[in-house]
Write a protein that binds this ligand. Sequence first.
Ligand code: FAD
Length: 433
Amino acid sequence: MSRKWLVAGGGISGLAAAQCLQANNRDYLLLERCPALGGLTRTTQVEDFCFDYTGHFLHLRRYPSPAEIPYGHLSNDDWETVERKSYFLAGGRLITAPVQYHLGELPDGLRDECEKSYNARPKAEADVTGFREFIVSGFGQVVADRFLIPQNEKTMATPLNRLSIGAVKRFFPPPDEARIRAGLANTGERFAEYNTTFWYPKRDGIDVLTRGLAHGLKSASATEEITAIDLQRRIATTSSGRNVAWEKMFPSIPLKALCLLTDDADLRNAAARLSHSSTISFNFGVRGKLPSALKDAHWVYVPDRDIPFYRFGCYSNISPAMASPGLSAVYVEVGVPGEEIDNVDIISKTQKDVIAALETLGWVKSEDIICAVTHVIRCAYVHHTPERDRLVGEILARLKEFGVHPIGRYGLWDYVGMEDSISSALTTVEGEL
Ligand SMILES: Cc1cc2nc3c(=O)[nH]c(=O)nc-3n(C[C@H](O)[C@H](O)[C@H](O)COP(=O)(O)OP(=O)(O)OC[C@H]3O[C@@H](n4cnc5c(N)ncnc54)[C@H](O)[C@@H]3O)c2cc1C
């Protein structure tokens, strides 16, 4: 039996890995469970609307522009740079995000409470390790309790005291005193901002990135799921009933699910201790334009616990081509503990609550919704618990013994964006050539 270079999963990480193998003349095969390639970086087109798998915006640090993404086959003419307009729902109004740097926009009473508690914030231990402790010592108890703790608990669908500071990463604007004080004083002073701009396709949604990365691939099989992995014999069995022997395997399948496909008791036990959230993304095609408060909003963070979603976004405010003229394409994201996503009626129940909340907020009227598309992201945010680093290290080391080298955000059980997923997949594959 000839052995392949096996790429498991056809999201952007798997596509980049396969391109690299093809360019290096390796006998590779990419297997993807779904009918379409792209994983989470996909767009659904329904009549007058385009909906991504929730908002996916390309922030670039390593590659100067989309055209320079290796193997991307992208032209910058198809993309534009967009200046981020994101908000935080706080004190009954929309505050510029990140809220911790714009507290002066709050109603006066609430702003003063935030300042008082910031001045009285507990001193951080030299080696803060907990995410919750990092937030309270960095921003004060009121900002933590009213905004940052509920926002992150809704998103991650877990109590923050379970999570370590590893969950914070570069995505969390840090407790920078000069910025917090300038925000409290509402001086309007401008600081170098994190992620102020991003790239987005002029039309057709984020699928443009997937189409580019998939371009010219000669050995990709969709609708073919890996159902079992025999590590000792290095053979993957698929839903089509074929056995594929691997020389090296590069899986972007979530690490927990990957371990559970194997027959290795140690891996299965370690995987059982990894946890994650799921996200349900409800997309709505809406008649007319959004109310004036939202007229330029790309997305809004929503910390209130009695509102089911943690974020609301508007694709057509980012790219007008996401909806036909006179219509709006919007999405909301609801966080659910990973183990609850298979509950039978969770989608229909939650959708009702979501629409009721949009009505109450005055953002969308139910009679204006002319189309609804739901995307379920089974593994959305992995939980950086204190034991995550050790477990992942042990799992990766064990898999390596069998020529298995996980890639991408979920293969590596991490919290990273699209660019990092692509570039780390390429680094891994290049290291094994
Ligand atoms: C709510 C949310 C919002 C995000 N927003 C952004 C953003 O704005 N900007 C940004 O840069 N990043 C964002 N990301 C991160 C981004 O989605 C990921 O970095 C990226 O999609 C990872 O790509 P991937 O190919 O590694 O994984 P995936 O896209 O998950 O691809 C994995 C593939 O493996 C396939 N698969 C699974 N099991 C099997 C099996 N047994 N056999 C065969 N195939 C299988 C799946 O079907 C899937 O196609 C966001 C993520 C989430 C959850």
